[in-house]
Design a binder for this molecule. Structure first.
Ligand code: ATP
Length: 272
């Protein structure tokens, strides 16, 4: 079995985790499509945050990459392979941890591994390694209700990472946490990312979180309820190095630029 620090490769030996979103569209049948013509090229190991006003299609995009929903048009490719449904190459972390309350931390992390065919011993060892990766070595025998929200989400992340996805998809993973825990978990996510090197696509309402964690921030706009299909307004690179200081002037300047982009009005002609 691979360990948390291993770099994943495809069967051709190239680094895994390349995501191509190609002219993606989704309509739920209303007068305006939820999303239209969304194209993104995400490199292996890249961390991309998706931000935008409510209803612009962030979660819809993530669900289509996850394979939970089929696009109306366009396609998603992961390492060159079209996404036709959920798959082990993509791990999904949701806001509501989704842990089994009757299983311990170790059992929760091991569960997916056992389902994927790992032996009891392999699953146990890997669960212990991944509990350590997220700083929960001392809590492997605890049950979810004995843990704080932040700790439960760490279990949720460890459980997904134990399956060694080449792409980690996260929809507001820290949204249910208080501000202080959220900040700690952002540090944790940044550290995990440096260690594991998985491609990350993160949907967040927090511009600060996006600037803190991402290599690029995708700003989406529009949405069915705005009368304009959801679309990519701009993709902004975050060139602030590996260890970021949220109090630095350059950090604030980028936050302000992104806030302005997120809240910019839709073109009058398009919205008409
Ligand atoms: N299952 C569904 N059936 C019908 N409409 C849907 C469905 N899921 C999403 N939509 C619509 O698609 C649009 C995009 O929704 P989505 O949840 O992707 O937006 P979002 O940017 O993630 O929003 P938020 O920031 O509020 O979570 C919205 O207008 C929403 O009402």
């Amino acid at each position: 079995m691979t360990t948390p620090g291993d770099i994943m490769t495809t069967s051709t030996g190239t680094a895994a985790g390349a995501v191509v979103v190609d002219a993606l569209a989704k309509s739920y049948g209303g007068p305006t499509a939820a999303m239209q013509d969304v194209t993104l090229d995400i490199a292996p190991g890249e961390s991309v945050a998706i931000v935008g006003a409510s209803g612009c299609g962030k979660s819809t995009l993530l669900r289509m990459v996850a394979g939970f929903e089929r696009p109306t048009a366009g396609r998603v490719l992961v390492d060159g392979v079209p996404v036709t449904g959920p798959g082990p190459d993509r791990g999904v972390v949701f806001q509501d941890y989704g842990l089994f309350p009757w299983l311990t931390v170790r059992e929760n992390i091991a569960y997916g591994l056992r389902q994927a065919g790992a032996s009891r011993r392999e699953a146990k060892e890997s669960a212990a390694e991944h509990a350590e990766l997220v700083g929960l070595s001392r809590f492997t025998e605890a049950y979810p209700h004995q843990l704080s929200g932040g700790m439960q989400q760490r279990v949720g992340i460890a459980r997904v990472l134990a399956l060694h996805p080449s792409v980690l998809l996260m929809d507001e993973p820290l949204g249910a946490l208080d501000a202080l825990t959220r900040r700690q978990m952002q540090d944790e996510l940044a550290a995990i990312r440096r260690r594991v090197g998985t491609t990350i696509i993160l949907v967040t309402h927090s511009i600060e979180e996006a600037v803190y964690l991402a290599d690029r921030v995708v700003v989406m706009a529009g949405g069915a309820s705005h009368g304009v299909p959801g679309h990519v307004r701009e993709v902004v690179p975050v060139e602030l190095g590996e260890h970021r200081d949220t109090t630095a002037p350059a950090f604030h300047a980028l936050e302000r630029r992104l806030e302005t982009l997120v809240h910019a009005p839709l073109p009058a002609t398009a919205a008409a």
